[in-house]
Structure formats: structure tokens, C-alpha cells
Ligand binder design. Structure first.
Ligand code: 13P
Ligand code: SF4
Length: 303
């Protein structure tokens, strides 16, 4: 089927099912363009929380759809490809976290949304890349903080707040393909360019940045900056959104290796199949969802 026919069928199915399509900023360009709303993890959860649709077709990775299912217990949440996981979210298991909590019984557990519902349910509060500094800043300075699972984001937050955090050794394989030497080479080639990056990048890359932000934070900053050339240190799917929102500017990717294969599993065809067959449903057992919801809602209140 041509893209135009797929889009027509998608529109028809959306009407029939009373569905809304949410897409993360790293999705394939054609998937982003077919969505009702594109955004970062925080923006997508806020959008899920306020939608009046019966069905949410979530084009992102599994933890994002799961977060929508936790926030919206009465709605049907579908993901176009059930294999779209996040390797970082798999770097912490409930058993491992329980052992760490036993070692630090007084620590406040702050969990990045890139984690499973079971891990969120064991946490005191969640955060995203857009609000991690703000969330940790609400914890009294004397309290120990266990930051799970992204050590790079945790390290960034610790440096911003000038306070030590206990860091879980998880990381994003995609963002760790962005190397400081590649950024320096591009800066040398384009001396007028500014460099922005996501806090999932390693500390040496973050240290080179003119701006560190969530994916939607980067989109906003790029629209507002007078700079004409911007080097982008994040997953390369964001370049579609950046070029669409700031057409007069030049965006340079640091590395073609910064590609999240899981994010790219969702396609227009799979979106249409998902609404035709009402698959693949993302559900969370109510006892886990209840605890996880508390941690997510605490975060949403702060933001
Ligand atoms: P954002 O919340 O900044 O969109 O990031 C999500 C993510 O998975 C980054 O790799
Ligand atoms: Fe997970 Fe990294 Fe992909 Fe984001 S880019 S979904 S953190 S693997």
C-alpha cells in the first residue's frame, strides 16, 4: 500500500476506534508526521493523562506505552510493535533493586521513566530527562538518593545540584555511541556551530554542550537560538523534528550510529494493523499499576 493509502486507512480507523496517536520524537519521520501529538517522555505522559480518546496508539518504546497504561487505567493502550523495548530499562530487575534498597534502606529511590512498571512500583518518585534536576531538588539535602537506572542522567543531575547520588550502572547504548572526539571534530569543522545534547550522553560529551535538554527541550531551544548551525548529540530520529520545526537552520548529527533500533520498529503499516486488529495491548497488573502510578503522579505534580 502507498503511504497515502495507509494514511487514509489510519484516519478512518482512528475515527472508528476513537483513537489518538502519540509518537515519540525519535520515531521514523513518517510515523511522527502521522501522529496527533509528538513529544518527549514527559509531554507524551501529560498528553495521555488528558486525552478523551478511548484508544491510545503509542508509537514509542514499551516503557512509554506502559506509562500511558498506568496513568489511564480505563483506556486501551496499543503499541504497533511489541518488540520495541528499551535496553536501558532492562538493565535493572526487581530482585536487583530490592537488594540495593536493602543496602540503602533510608535512600529515596528516584526512577527514570525508562524503566519497567515493576521497577516504578518499587520507587518513591519518577522523573524524565525534562524534570530530573527539579525532582531530585525536592528531596531534602540530608537524604540519600538512589538514582535508577541511567548513570549518565544521574551524573548530570548530581553535577547540576552539587550533591552526590548513588547511581545505578545502567546506560543507553545509543547515546553512548556519541563520542566526545566526534563532537570536537565537528566543532573544529564548523566553528560557528553550537552543540546540544541529551543528558543520556556520557559526562565528557555533556561537558562540551552549549545546551543539555530533553528531546522536546532541544526542539524548543533550537527554534529560539539565533545560531544557524547546530550539532545534535542525541538519537538521530530527532533531526526530522528539528528540521521540520526550524526549517532555516542546519542540523548536523554527531554519529550515524546514534540510532535506536527499537524506536524504528514502528512503521505506518504496523500502525494500521494495530488499529485494525486492536493489537498489541499493553497492560499492567492492577497491584503493580497502583504503586507505579503513585510514583508517576508525584512527578507530574512537581512538573
Ligand atoms: P526524552 O524524554 O528526552 O524524549 O527521552 C527519552 C529517551 O528514551 C531518550 O533516549
Ligand atoms: Fe532506550 Fe536509548 Fe532507545 Fe531511548 S534511545 S529508548 S534510552 S535505548
Amino acid at each position: 500500500m502507498s503511504d497515502e493509502r495507509l494514511l487514509e486507512r489510519l484516519r478512518e480507523l482512528k475515527r472508528q476506534r476513537n483513537a489518538v496517536v502519540l509518537a515519540h520524537n525519535y520515531q521514523r519521520g513518517e510515523v511522527q508526521d502521522a501522529a496527533d501529538f509528538t513529544g518527549d517522555s514527559l509531554g507524551l505522559s501529560q498528553e495521555a493523562a488528558k486525552t478523551t480518546a478511548d484508544v491510545i496508539l503509542f508509537c514509542g518504546v514499551h516503557f512509554m506505552a506502559e506509562t500511558a497504561a498506568i496513568i489511564c487505567p480505563g483506556k486501551t493502550v496499543l503499541i504497533p510493535d511489541p518488540n520495541a523495548g528499551c535496553p536501558m530499562a532492562n538493565m535493572v530487575t526487581p530482585r536487583e533493586l530490592a537488594a540495593m534498597k536493602a543496602k540503602h534502606p533510608d535512600a529515596v529511590v528516584v526512577t527514570y521513566v525508562n524503566s519497567s512498571a515493576a521497577i516504578k512500583a518499587m520507587s518513591d518518585i519518577c522523573c524524565t530527562s525534562a524534570n530530573a534536576v527539579k525532582v531530585v531538588a525536592t528531596i531534602p539535602p540530608g537524604r540519600e538518593v538512589l538514582f535508577v537506572p541511567d548513570q549518565s542522567l544521574g551524573d548530570y543531575v548530581a553535577k547540576q545540584l552539587g550533591r552526590p547520588l548513588i547511581l545505578w550502572p545502567g546506560y543507553c547504548p545509543t547515546h553512548h555511541h556519541i563520542l566526545a572526539r566526534d563532537v570536537q571534530a565537528l566543532k573544529a569543522e564548523h566553528p560557528d556551530a553550537l552543540f546540544i545534547c541529551h543528558p543520556e550522553c556520557t559526562g565528557d560529551v555533556v561537558a562540551l554542550a552549549d545546551k543539555v535538554a530533553s528531546t522536546s527541550g532541544m526542539v524548543k531551544w533550537c527554534k529560539e537560538t539565533p545560531a544557524k548551525t547546530i550539532i545534535v548529540g542525541t538519537e538521530i530520529g530527532l533531526l526530522h523534528r528539528l528540521r521540520k520545526d526550524s526549517p532555516g537552520k542546519t542540523f548536523l548529527e554527531v554519529s550515524p550510529l546514534a540510532d535506536c533500533p527499537n524506536m524504528k520498529l514502528n512503521t505506518l503499516e504496523k500502525m494500521v494493523w494495530a488499529l485494525e486488529d486492536m493489537e498489541y495491548r499493553v497492560t499492567v497488573p492492577p497491584e503493580v499499576a497502583g504503586l507505579a502510578r503513585r510514583a508517576i503522579e508525584k512527578m507530574l505534580e512537581i512538573t
